[in-house]
Design a protein around this ligand. Structure first.
Ligand code: DAH
Length: 539
């Protein structure tokens, strides 16, 4: 019986079960052997010999079978885990990049770490939920202080808790107080963190953003305003490059005296990037540091602000949308070198890189990707619009200003150079086509958010507006069959390069229909785009 079971067992665990059933403590053979103790001497001799023989045979059979089964199991395992080294490698799925904000925060923090500052990031040292005391009061900003109006927050009340007000911190300056309470001077800290403000969200405001705070405290007299200026200047050079121009302006913060705001000159304009000052003795005193013995300086700035200035980002919301096409555009500070970037070397490189194209197979009707560059008309966001207002630019003779309804909440303000070709009256009420995803730029002081599509005679003698298709409502997108991919976002546009590639292929065909590379421009809602000229461009 038992031998048959050994034969039938196919795995080591089945075999073990058979072993236990027969040779285990309560196994059948063991039990027979136990029973033998009660037998007489003669009987024991006869039975004992044969039961011993059975036992030994069982052990041999079990061992042999175990060897076979183990070998089989090993083979099966090797088979199932076999690696085929000739298989093709895993395709590059895109390994992603550091987020532009992470890069700014790391660069800024590293710069201060090199200057001997300790990084403070622990939740207990840098809580996002703060009491009114740490966020305002201890920073010399009592409840009725007007400076509080600048920083409205989100408040939390605990009905069972103490009466104290809790809120989401509006600035990382609160970390200063925690550190002054905890540390013994001298010390230097740099504290990056997330902060919150009750603000309406728009292109430059977010309810959640990131700040970096520094605080340096030493024996009184050791740290001067000169040290603060030198530190800030060095830091800004690390961020914006060695040739950055820096300007300090007197300002007011409740927790520093004197206080300064700092601007950098970027693309010809002074841009405010940082607040700083010498720590007010009252703040030191409140946090338990003797202002007679110690003194120092502090500074705070926004990571988003730095990233927007450095990369020319115009909409703060882009940071949080998680769109890989936006996020992968930024050079890595660490591995590509900020200085190279600032000297324009990386910027050039970036421009050479074509906007990431959808795979050609996504294009309908077998349209080929554009030869010589992967930029095509589908990257442009051309919308049907109606001019609701038009007037002469107050400071530029050759420009008109127009408000054009392109189906958005508010009309777009656009400056165009149509002065020589039509009157303001002719413009008002006209249906037009607007190139809507261009980077906003100032035209003699007026911000222009797009361009108007025009048609012209080859000899430049006449320029007219291009007529949108009949029946297409404001906001309808104009596309070319076969090139109906997503338009680039406003920030992705490499304006000049793209337009130079796309515009020469815009023509008007023999039937007065505007075509790109021979294919008509049309809206889904109806109608092709017409003109009685022969060329087409934006103006
Ligand atoms: N906390 C200030 C803000 O959010 C920035 C600031 C200004 C921080 C001056 C400082 C400072 O440490 O000294 O607007």
């Amino acid at each position: 019986m038992g031998f048959k079971k050994v034969e039938e067992a196919n795995t080591t665990s089945e075999l073990e079960k058979v072993r236990l059933d027969y040779l285990g403590k309560k196994g059948e053979i063991t039990q027979v052997m136990n029973m033998m103790r009660k037998l007489g001497k003669e009987e024991k001799k006869v039975l004992g010999a044969s039961i011993n023989e059975v036992k030994q045979k069982m052990e041999v059979v079990l061992t042999e079978k175990k060897d076979t089964v183990q070998e089989q199991e090993l083979q099966a395992q090797m088979e199932s885990e076999r690696i085929d080294v000739t298989m093709p490698g895993i395709q590059n799925q895109g390994i992603g990049r550091r987020h532009p904000l992470s890069m700014i925060i790391e660069r800024a923090t590293d710069t201060f770490v090199k200057l001997g500052y300790d990084t403070v990031t622990e939740l207990s040292d840098s809580p996002e939920i703060e009491s009114d005391y740490y966020c305002f009061e201890a920073l010399n900003c009592p409840p009725d202080h007007p400076a509080r109006d600048m920083q409205d927050s989100f408040y939390l009340t605990d009905p069972d808790g103490p009466e104290e007000t809790y809120m989401l911190r509006t600035h990382t300056s609160a970390v200063q107080i925690h550190q002054m309470e905890k540390r013994k001077p001298p010390f230097r800290i740099v504290a990056p963190g997330r902060v919150y403000r009750r603000d309406d969200i728009d292109a430059t405001h977010s309810m959640i953003f990131h700040q970096i705070e520094i605080l340096a405290i030493e024996e009184k007299g050791k740290l001067t305003l000169g040290d603060l200026k030198g530190t800030v200047e060095y830091f800004l050079q690390q961020m914006f490059g060695p040739t950055i121009e820096v300007q300090f302006r007197g300002s007011f913060f409740p927790f520093t005296e004197p206080s300064m705001e700092v601007d950098v000159k970027f693309n010809g304009k002074w841009l405010e990037v940082l607040g700083c000052g010498m720590v007010d003795p009252r703040v030191l005193e409140k946090a338990g540091i003797d202002p007679e013995k110690y003194g120092g300086f502090a500074a705070g700035f926004g990571a988003e602000r730095f990233a927007m200035v450095i990369h020319g980002i115009t909409d703060i919301r882009e940071f949080y949308n998680g769109d890989a096409r936006f996020l992968e555009q930024f050079p890595h500070f660490g591995d590509q070198g900020m200085t190279a970037f600032l000297e324009g070397r990386l910027a050039e490189k970036k421009e050479e890189k074509p906007i990431k194209e959808e795979a050609p197979k996504k294009q309908k009707n077998g349209a080929e990707p554009v030869a010589g560059g992967e930029i095509d008309i589908s990257k442009l966001d051309i919308r049907v619009g109606t001019v609701v207002k038009a007037w002469k630019h107050e400071e530029a003779e050759k420009l008109y200003c127009e408000e054009i309804d392109i189906g958005e909440d508010e009309p777009r303000l656009i400056c165009s150079g149509l002065v020589e070709h039509m009157s303001v009256e002719e413009l008002r009420g006209r249906r037009v086509l607007v190139l809507a995803n261009l980077k906003a730029r100032k035209m003699v002081g007026v911000p222009s958010h797009g361009m108007v599509l025009c048609a012209f005679k080859d000899d430049d003698s006449q320029v007219k507006l291009v007529e949108p298709g009949e029946g297409a409502p404001n906001g309808a997108r104009v596309t070319v069959e076969g090139y109906d991919g997503e338009p680039a976002t406003e920030n992705q546009i490499l304006k000049k390069k793209m337009l130079d590639k796309i515009m020469p292929k815009l023509k008007v065909n023999g039937e007065g229909i505007v075509v790109w590379d021979g294919k008509p421009l049309a809206t889904e809602e109806g109608g092709v785009v017409k003109s009685d000229m022969n060329g087409c461009s934006v103006g």
